[in-house]
Design a protein around this ligand. Sequence first.
Ligand SMILES: Cc1cc2nc3c(=O)[nH]c(=O)nc-3n(C[C@H](O)[C@H](O)[C@H](O)COP(=O)(O)OP(=O)(O)OC[C@H]3O[C@@H](n4cnc5c(N)ncnc54)[C@H](O)[C@@H]3O)c2cc1C
Length: 470
Amino acid sequence: MANPPVNLLAQLAQSVGTENLLTDPTELEAYAWDNTGIRARPDAVVLAACQDHVIATLKACSRVGVPVIARGAGTGNVGGALAAHGGVILSTQRMNRIMEISLDDRLAVVEPGVVNGDLQHALAEKGLFWPPDPSSSQSCSIGGNIAMCAAGPNAIRYGVTRDWVLGLTAVLADGSVIRTGGRVTKGVVGYDLTRLLVGSEGSLAVVTQAVLKLAPKPQARRLLSAAFASVAEAAQATSMLMSQGTPPSAIEFLDPSALDLLRREEVVELPDAARALLLLEVSGDHDDVERQADAVVARLEPVQPVELARANNNSEAKRIWAARNALSPALKRLSPKRVNEDVVVPVSRLAALIDGCEVISAELDLPMVNFGHAGNGNIHVNFLVDPSDDTSMEKIKPALDQLFRLVLDLGGTLSGEHGVGTQKRPYVGWELDETTLDLQRRLKLLFDPTNTLNPGKIFPEQGADFLRPG
Ligand SMILES: Cc1cc2nc3c(=O)[nH]c(=O)nc-3n(C[C@H](O)[C@H](O)[C@H](O)COP(=O)(O)OP(=O)(O)OC[C@H]3O[C@@H](n4cnc5c(N)ncnc54)[C@H](O)[C@@H]3O)c2cc1C
């Protein structure tokens, strides 16, 4: 978009107040980024303080054809919160009230700008938690979690964001308000629009309130770390743990390059023979976690880890989790840029995925580090590239082409939690057939006939630009 119509800015200032409208280029810069490293400066930012501000912004912008991009904390990995085609960023960071925590109905009602970690803190005091646990939880918003269907290590036992949202209030592009689901855990009246909105990446409506289902916070956790001599053995162990009995509450996988990174950072001690690591967490009542941990150890016997260690106490477990969560920042230090994918394959195909990634990396001479949520077959494949080196950058597209082809051949999906945004648009047609894609496009237009909400995201276009950070 060129410049937004002056009338529009005046109208927005009147509707939301000048204190909630940013137009100064310096202030706009803070909203020009997300975790992709791509820069796309918006034309204006509305800092919505209430649902009326959301309604007014959408009404005004859709009338004059100006894009509106909902934004939580801007931690997304796929460019979803960027004004890729200009327009108005609609930030929910000021809509950050936890409106209700009901113990009787085991639910919370929140505004979209509440930070995941703040909600968890408030719930912990009441012995509850909201299971979606992205590693960005200390900064990302519930609205962003809902829009991206975020998840983390808890997903094996608890599922993903979609499984923990009971109802939504959302504003459509024309300013009308819809309510989906409610305060109950069963309900079959009409289509399940809650599940449709979760994961819709801000393309169908702006969420202004969410009713979240809560779970009792496990009293205790035990962490085991199992080091294996090969990726194949770690993958086999994962399959065994998932196929028999109650799975652990988390199974996180680290490949040989990730282990080398941890060794270099000196954050954990690892046996020299370790080529793959599984972090296995069990959780439950105080008197049950030791039994669960023993059961995991017994089930691992046939695969013989080179080392099987139990964290002795909570602070040791925290240190090991911190090492796992430090992988992303460590990669940033290691390489000027990484292309971070979050592909998923059936658990039984995990070894084939990692083997295939190693072939891609060797053939293209492109360094790679893999780790992720093995229990869901969800692996973060990180290609390390150097933006100052054209040869290195030219390898990204063939690497992604080969990776995504491999994943689909293995019966998987292109994204388990990061979504499509601008980044995976060119590949969506590889996974979804044309009839299904067409239905999805028509759904988008039914919700948003003026294509105001997050245009240029999710759906592949003819000759779609291959937006990668430069
Ligand atoms: C260090 C790091 C670790 C991460 N780890 C994980 C992980 O383990 N698991 C995981 O799933 N993700 C992870 N992410 C990605 C990211 O944190 C999640 O996608 C998160 O849910 C985004 O929340 P946000 O508030 O930052 O959303 P934003 O980045 O602001 O927005 C993301 C998308 O949501 C839309 N949106 C935001 N608010 C609304 C709303 N109210 N209504 C409608 N649409 C809205 C935006 O338009 C955009 O398309 C990680 C990111 C970082 C930086």
